[in-house]
Design a protein around this ligand. Structure first.
Ligand SMILES: Nc1ncnc2c1ncn2[C@@H]1O[C@H](COP(=O)(O)OP(=O)(O)OP(=O)(O)O)[C@@H](O)[C@H]1O
Ligand SMILES: Cc1cn([C@H]2C[C@H](O)[C@@H](COP(=O)(O)O)O2)c(=O)[nH]c1=O
Length: 214
């Protein structure tokens, strides 16, 4: 696989989507390589439909393992339709969330078990792992407050979970970052938006200096 696979991770409200909107145009300006920006769950019509089912606030009856399997199913389709073809064409794939989200949210948040969820996802990914992950770290209270303040009308089924759920998610992310310090680079996302963008660009430059060559 020739391209680069970069993921952004973090608790809800960490700022991934906003940061990507600022970082990607800068990367596109600097790099001669094609940059594909995508997200999970989603990224193609089938996976976006699965996303709607998972996040629908009406689906209160959804079993925790059903939820984990739906995320993995959406991921499989996303990999086959979009991620793998782009990497094979030597493009840079930047993805808002990937398997680490399932480990943190379903493994820890839903208490299914981080190892069980990681193993189940191997079936979906066939071992595809990001080359680099930027983990935007914020205390759960900060992330939730940001969402409440700015996105009240778009509250989804996962956003609605109690603080204790989000705290378990964050602890799992911190554990992942500690276990894989080379792949997962932690960004202090409590800083100002501009400072977070600057931190992300610095990490990308450090890992891929050629992207920043004029
Ligand atoms: N560093 C920051 N400081 C203060 N507010 C921020 C910062 N970064 C993002 N925000 C604001 O927080 C809110 C949530 O940001 P955003 O939607 O980008 O987060 P996210 O990580 O993509 O969340 P989710 O995973 O829940 O979709 C937005 O209103 C955004 O403007
Ligand atoms: C990929 C993935 C996502 N989630 C959760 C995390 C969020 O609460 C929602 C949707 O993500 P977005 O960042 O708001 O677009 O889904 C999850 O629980 N497990 C996963 O694998």
């Amino acid at each position: 696989m020739a391209g680069q696979f970069i993921t952004f991770e973090g608790p809800d409200g960490a700022g991934k989507t906003s940061v990507l909107e600022a970082v990607v145009p800068i990367l596109r300006e600097m790099s001669s390589k094609e940059i594909v920006v995508t997200r999970e769950p989603g990224g193609n019509p089938i996976s976006e439909k699965i996303r709607q089912v998972i996040l629908d606030v009406a689906n209160t009856a959804m079993d925790d393992r059903t939820e984990a399997l739906l995320y993995a199913a959406a991921r499989r389709q996303h990999i086959v339709e979009k991620i793998q073809p782009a990497l094979a064409a030597d493009q840079i794939v930047i993805c808002d969330r990937f398997v680490d989200s399932s480990i943190a949210y379903q493994g820890a948040g839903r208490s299914i078990g981080e190892t069980a969820v990681a193993q189940m996802n191997l079936f979906a990914t066939d071992g595809l792992t990001p080359d680099l992950t930027l983990y935007l770290d914020v205390p759960s209270e900060v992330g939730i407050a940001r969402i409440k303040q700015h996105r009240q009308t778009q509250y989804d089924r996962l956003d609605q979970e109690k603080l204790a759920f989000h705290q378990k998610v964050r602890q799992a992310y911190l554990k992942l970052a500690q276990a894989e310090p080379k792949r997962i680079q932690t960004i202090d996302a409590t800083a100002s938006f501009e400072a977070v963008v600057a931190q992300c660009l610095a990490v990308l430059k450090q890992h891929y200096p050629s992207l920043f060559e004029e």
